[in-house]
Design a protein around this ligand. Structure first.
Ligand SMILES: NC(=O)c1ccc[n+]([C@@H]2O[C@H](COP(=O)([O-])OP(=O)(O)OC[C@H]3O[C@@H](n4cnc5c(N)ncnc54)[C@H](O)[C@@H]3O)[C@@H](O)[C@H]2O)c1
Length: 423
């Protein structure tokens, strides 16, 4: 049953009182972005139909097992008992949100738009005059108007007059999804000003952040620029840390000193960049303008080379242990933290996984552990490091950091050779 709006939000309107009268929302793709978005709308009293082509995803929701995969959504699971249906195909609705994946092809580094195209195609038979379609998937500039719009118009309805189309990038940070989905500022890029106006009226009912209006291609450009900005700055920090290593300087230790400069904010270097956004989206700029994206491409390459650089460091640590009489085959190497960043259970494009792969390729046998991943449940850090010759902490989850801070002596005692490196 629809529930009254959440009193914690500033909006007090009911869905039927929004200027466009939207009530029924259909969300195409129920992953990291789509599922919480669908839950948000359901919690605000909208009638929601969540669509996914993956039966396992639908079962996860129907069987109320969402938190097995998305533990951070535990506060919002009441959404599923509201007016929330699931389906493998879209049904007629007022608004369609497209939140399907847009991965990069591993070799060509071009954006794979197949899911966006097929999700849009699936809308064609159910579209009705007055509908609003909002693309939230991150895409190369021009996709909303050049790819999505012509597909929608196969319905015989004209975008801009009969139906409305908008690009609305999502900016959530996994690990802080619930807060950011509601409180982040949003950029809305309508294919027409009327589409922007309608999308704004809709989002104003569910978000607390400010809403800024632009056109579709500018909004696409904003989203790619945000992630490219992060990637380029991380690449700079990573390159400087490699340079610092060469000079025997501890770059992490001096970063706070550098950042005492009033106009400098160097990021923390790391083992590379992973996840579905920063490691992927800058390629969409390179794809559309290969000759004008030298810095962006180089930054991606610098960040992609970091796992290999970390492997060099690990191998040099291991050689030192081998120097004490142990052979490569005997070494008990333990690597902890496999997700793409601390405190999330997501391994997509994870540099830590790449490090494990590269070490195995070099003939090392490696034991891995990540307290956040399903396959390691029932296992502890202590089980993993007992008898180890090397502990490499690749991703420093809060709970691992706390163990190391509190129990380093115990950990070292359990290891056969107490060599620890925290990346
Ligand atoms: N994960 C993030 O934090 C984040 C943040 C901002 C933007 N984005 C962007 O949002 C988009 C979605 O990312 P995600 O992380 O939610 O992806 P995801 O892989 O977690 O989820 C996508 C879902 O879409 C489903 N799907 C695929 N094709 C479909 C189709 N034709 N019809 C219906 N469902 C379909 C998949 O089965 C999957 O469940 C991407 O473009 C991503 O770049 C993601």
């Amino acid at each position: 049953m629809p529930q009254p709006p959440d009193p914690q939000t500033k909006q007090t309107t009911t869905p039927s009182s929004n200027s466009a009268g939207y009530k029924n929302i259909c969300v195409m793709g129920l992953g990291y972005v789509g599922l919480p978005t669908a839950m948000l709308f359901a919690r605000k009293g909208f009638s929601v139909c969540g669509v996914d082509i993956d039966k396992a995803v639908l079962s996860l929701i129907e069987e109320r097992r969402v938190t097995e995969v998305y533990s951070e959504l535990s506060e919002w699971t009441d959404a599923l008992d509201r007016d929330f249906k699931t389906s493998k195909a879209p049904k007629p609705a007022d608004v369609f949100l497209i939140t399907v994946p847009t991965p990069v092809h591993p070799e060509t580094k071009s954006c794979d738009l197949r899911a966006v195209k097929s999700a849009t195609e699936a809308l064609v038979p159910v579209l009705q005059p007055g509908n609003l379609v909002i693309l939230e998937s991150t895409v190369p500039p021009g996709t909303t108007r050049n790819v999505v719009k012509p597909i929608l118009e196969k319905s015989g309805l004209k975008v801009g007059t009969d139906i409305h189309l908008c690009f609305c990038p999502e900016r959530i940070l996994p690990g802080n999804t619930i807060h950011e989905l509601v409180h982040n500022h949003r950029v809305l890029g309508g294919n027409t000003p009327e589409a922007s106006r309608r999308a704004k009226a809709l989002f104003e009912q569910v978000v607390e952040g400010e809403i800024y209006i632009t056109d579709d291609i500018s909004a696409e450009f904003c989203k790619l620029t945000e992630n490219t900005y992060r990637d380029v700055n991380i690449a700079l920090a990573n390159e400087l840390s490699i340079l610092a290593d060469e000079h025997g300087v501890d770059f992490k230790a001096i970063t706070p000193l550098i950042n005492k400069h009033p106009r400098v904010n160097v990021l923390t270097p790391g083992i590379g960049v992973g996840g579905h956004c920063i490691a992927v989206d800058p390629w969409f700029f390179v794809e559309v303008s290969p000759w004008k994206t030298e810095l962006i491409r180089t930054s991606r390459e610098v960040n992609d080379r970091m796992p290999a650089y970390c492997v060099q460091k690990i191998v040099s640590d291991l050689k030192a242990i081998e120097g004490t009489g142990k052979s490569q085959e005997d070494l008990n190497i333990c690597l902890v933290g496999l997700t793409y960043k601390p405190d999330v259970a997501d391994t997509r494009e994870s540099p830590a996984m790449r490090i494990v792969e590269l070490l195995k390729e070099r003939g090392y046998s490696v034991t891995t552990y990540d307290p956040l991943l399903e396959e390691y449940q029932g296992q502890s850090l202590y089980d993993t490091i007992t008898g180890a010759d090397y502990l490499g902490v690749l991703v420093n989850h809060s709970m691992v950091k706390a163990e190391l801070a509190l129990n380093k002596t115990k950990i070292k005692k359990l290891m056969r050779t107490p060599k620890i490196r925290v990346f």
